[in-house]
Design a protein around this ligand. Structure first.
Ligand SMILES: [Ca+2]
Ligand SMILES: [Ca+2]
Length: 234
C-alpha cells in the first residue's frame, strides 16, 4: 500500500501553486496562536496544555533583526510535515511534502541569498543515495515561503548520488553577493564519468534566478566541476 502510494506521489503532493510562489496549503496560524495563548493561561480547557516541543526544532534569525527566532517541524499525517516559524511573537506555518520512509528529518539552517535573515532546508525525500530539500524562508509578509525556480515550480535541491548520478549544491560569495550553485550529473555509460550541468543562481525574493550554466560531459568523479560543499551555504 505504502509503496503503491509512493509510486503515485509526486514530490509535491498536496502542494498546489495558486500564484507566484504561493502555496494553497500554506496557512497563517493566528487562530492556533491565539488558542495556544489561551492554553498558556490555563483557559484552553482539557488536561494540562503544556506546549509540545516540535519533533525537530532550531533557533535562527528568520527576519534578520539580530535576535533569534524559532523553526519547528512536525509530522502532519501521511506524506506531509508541518513547518512552523515563530518570529516577533507571531507564528506562521505551512504543510510540506515528505514520504513515509523519510519522515521528519533535522532542519538545516542556511542562508542561500546572503542577506541578514536565515532560512531552512527541509528534507522532503531521503533516498538511498540522494537527499532532496526544499528551501523555506519567512517572507516579509510573514508568510512561510518555499523557494521556486523562475517558472514558479518549487526549487528542489539535491545532495548525494550513487554510481549513476552526482548531485550537490554550494554557495559562493563574491563582491559581497552570494550565489547558489547546483551540480547535477548522470552517468549513462556505467564508466563513472558524468554528463550534466553546473548552474549558478541568484536567490531573490524567494526565487532562484539562473545566471549561468556550465554544461559538462565525460567528467570523472573527482573532477572539480562535480564538487560541491553544502556547508558553504550555512
Ligand atoms: Ca529575528
Ligand atoms: Ca537569507
Amino acid at each position: 500500500m505504502g509503496k503503491i502510494k509512493k509510486l503515485g506521489a509526486t514530490a509535491f503532493i498536496g502542494v498546489v501553486v495558486v500564484g507566484a510562489g504561493t502555496f494553497a496549503l500554506g496557512t497563517t496560524s493566528l487562530g492556533a496562536t491565539a488558542l495556544s495563548r489561551l492554553d498558556a493561561l490555563g483557559l484552553g480547557g482539557g488536561p494540562s496544555h503544556l506546549p509540545t516541543p516540535a519533533a525537530q526544532q532550531v533557533a535562527l534569525d528568520l527576519d534578520g533583526d539580530g535576535s533569534l527566532d524559532a523553526a519547528g517541524l512536525d509530522p502532519a499525517g501521511p506524506e506531509r510535515q508541518r513547518l512552523r516559524f515563530t518570529a516577533d511573537g507571531e507564528t506562521t506555518e505551512a504543510l510540506l511534502p515528505t514520504d513515509e520512509d523519510t519522515g521528519v528529518q533535522p532542519l538545516k539552517v542556511v542562508n542561500l541569498d546572503g542577506d541578514g535573515a536565515q532560512e531552512v532546508l527541509v528534507t522532503t525525500s531521503l533516498g538511498a543515495n540522494t537527499t532532496t530539500y526544499l528551501r523555506v524562508d519567512l517572507a516579509p509578509d510573514h508568510e512561510v515561503r518555499t523557494m521556486t525556480w523562475q517558472d514558479g515550480k518549487p526549487a528542489e535541491l539535491y545532495e548525494g548520488g550513487g554510481a549513476s548520478a552526482v548531485s550537490g549544491y554550494e554557495c559562493r560569495d563574491s563582491g559581497g553577493q552570494r550565489r547558489l550553485i547546483t551540480v547535477d550529473g548522470t552517468d549513462d555509460t556505467g564508466n563513472m564519468v558524468y554528463n550534466g550541468e553546473r548552474a549558478t543562481f541568484r536567490v531573490q525574493d524567494g526565487v532562484a534566478v539562473k545566471e549561468h550554466a556550465q554544461p559538462f560531459s565525460g567528467a570523472p568523479e573527482n573532477d572539480p566541476v562535480l564538487q560541491a560543499a553544502p556547508a558553504t551555504c550555512a
